[in-house]
Ligand binder design. Structure first.
Ligand code: GAP
Length: 459
């Protein structure tokens, strides 16, 4: 299967089986938005919950936060987003396509233009006679900067500016509550704050499904440290991030060190964890050394002292920050692409399998009666009721048993339980494993304790 086929197949499976639907489909769609269907919502929740378990619940040096999407507009001036969070866009006058100038030049000339001025971009387009990839015309507007933040209007009766921004990253809410957390949680540097939530960016995207969307979910950590500790903390968190990837079954990763001259305005070092998506190697997650940039700027703009007093050394300083950031939608896309496979079975039959790690599989167990009659359905329903107290299960009594297995394989269900005539005699069932398709006979009473370890992550 070619890589471009893989993306098409994953998109089709997502639609067919209720993982991801195009946004506002009945109105003809709404570009770069998607809806997570019942299975996608559960898969996403499982990834999010595991992340929280690993990085908040299991660690004594981390606490959580759920900050607002709308922050005081001044916060976005302090963070540098009002001034500097821009994309250079260029319009084709002939077909009206609006494109990101960097993407246009990357494709046409194979060069990286990040950080170039608008003037330099326009010169490159003109000198190289770069043509529109949609209509082949050479008729461009000059490239212009567009801010990526969505803005919305607050109540008209308010004094002064009524513009508020939808957050383009979750990080800033953590900086705004830094003092509140210090004052309420008895935390001491080094410590971190984790947050999961929606972020919004007015992006032009090349249509790689849920890879780049205008509304997405981030899972971010701001880890506060003494500046002398930044290098070791950076390496430790980079290792933790890679462990998380492995734990949820993401293996096709590599690291990309951002060159010094191309770092974001707040960063002294950034490394991206790249993933080999079907459309090419692209950023999955990132880690940045944000120094004391954000706390310092908020301190200046809000006129609040953000210093921390070390209780042991009595040193007073603004903590520095290491920021591991994870995109939830990209995590979902990576596990779907990595898990998708087609197999030819003995006898020529084929099956589609979503080889998701059991810990994130949306449905943990499929439960079937061999036939509906003679009390088998009731017995299987009783098992489903019991297991559903711990896990998301699927009861299915429709069609041939082979078909029911295939339906579960395709959505990544790691185990299927079948109730048959023998069950009625000795309370045993067959447990069928998704990947090996092997079956074993087990007592109903042992099911929970046998299944539970498979849903844990190995970290
Ligand atoms: N607070 C730092 C920050 O926001 P970023 O690299 O711009 O850094 C962090 O974003 C992560 O959010 C990315 O690594 C990616 O996983 C995800 N992300 C960013 N923009 C996205 C978009 N338009 N659609 C989906 N995910 C996105």
């Amino acid at each position: 299967m070619s890589e471009s086929d893989l993306l098409k197949k994953v998109v089709a499976l997502c639609k067919r089986r209720g993982f991801v639907f195009p946004g506002s489909e009945i109105y003809g769609g709404f570009a770069n938005t998607y809806s997570y269907g019942p299975l996608g919502a559960q898969l996403k929740k499982n990834v999010r919950d595991l992340w929280w378990q690993l990085f908040v619940q299991r660690r004594e040096d981390m606490v959580g936060l759920d900050g607002p999407i709308l922050l005081h507009p001044e916060a976005w001036r302090a963070s540098g987003h009002v001034e500097g969070f821009n994309d250079a866009l260029i319009d084709c006058k002939s077909c009206k396509a609006r494109l990101r100038a960097d993407h246009l030049l990357e494709k046409a000339l194979g060069i990286d233009v990040e950080g170039l001025s608008l003037e330099a971009i326009n010169t490159l387009v003109q000198d190289n006679n770069v043509r529109c990839p949609h209509c082949d015309a050479f008729d461009w507007t000059p490239a212009r900067h567009f801010n990526l933040m969505f803005s919305t209007e607050l109540s008209k009766t308010q004094e002064g500016s009524s513009i508020a921004y939808l957050r383009p990253e979750t990080a800033q809410a953590i900086f705004l509550d830094f003092k509140n957390i210090i004052n309420t949680m008895r935390v001491q540097v080094p410590f971190g704050v984790a947050q999961v939530g929606k972020a919004f960016r007015n992006e032009i995207t090349p249509g790689n499904f849920i890879f780049r969307v205008i509304e997405f979910e981030q899972m971010e950590i701001e880890y506060f440290i003494h500046p002398s500790k930044w290098e070791t903390t950076f390496s430790n968190w980079l290792e933790e991030m890679q462990k998380f990837c492995r734990a949820i079954g993401i293996t096709k990763t590599s690291l990309f060190e951002h060159p010094q001259e191309k770092l974001s305005h707040y960063s002294k070092r950034t490394v991206d964890i790249m993933y080999d998506f079907p459309f090419g190697r692209s950023e999955l997650y990132g880690i940045a050394y944000r120094t004391d940039f954000d706390l310092k700027r908020h301190s200046e703009f809000a006129k609040v002292n953000m210093e921390y007093l070390d209780p042991k050394s009595n040193e007073r300083y603004i903590p520095h920050v290491i920021e591991p950031t994870f995109g939830l939608d990209r995590s979902v896309l990576a596990v779907l692409c990595e898990g998708y496979r087609e197999e030819t079975l003995e006898g020529g039959e084929s099956r589609v399998v979503l080889g998701l790690h059991p810990s994130i599989a949306p449905v943990k167990v499929g439960i079937f009666p061999l036939m509906k009659k003679d009390g088998m359905a009731e017995k299987a329903q009783a098992i489903a009721r019991t297991l559903s107290k711990r896990w998301h299960v699927n009861y299915d009594e429709g069609g041939a048993i082979g078909k029911r297995y295939r339906r579960q394989d395709e959505i990544g269900t790691p185990f299927c339980i079948t109730v048959d005539y023998q069950t009625l005699e000795d309370n045993t069932v067959t447990l069928r494993h998704r990947d090996s398709m092997k079956q074993e006979r087990l007592n109903i009473a042992d099911l929970e304790s046998i299944l539970a370890p498979a849903f844990e992550i190995n970290v």
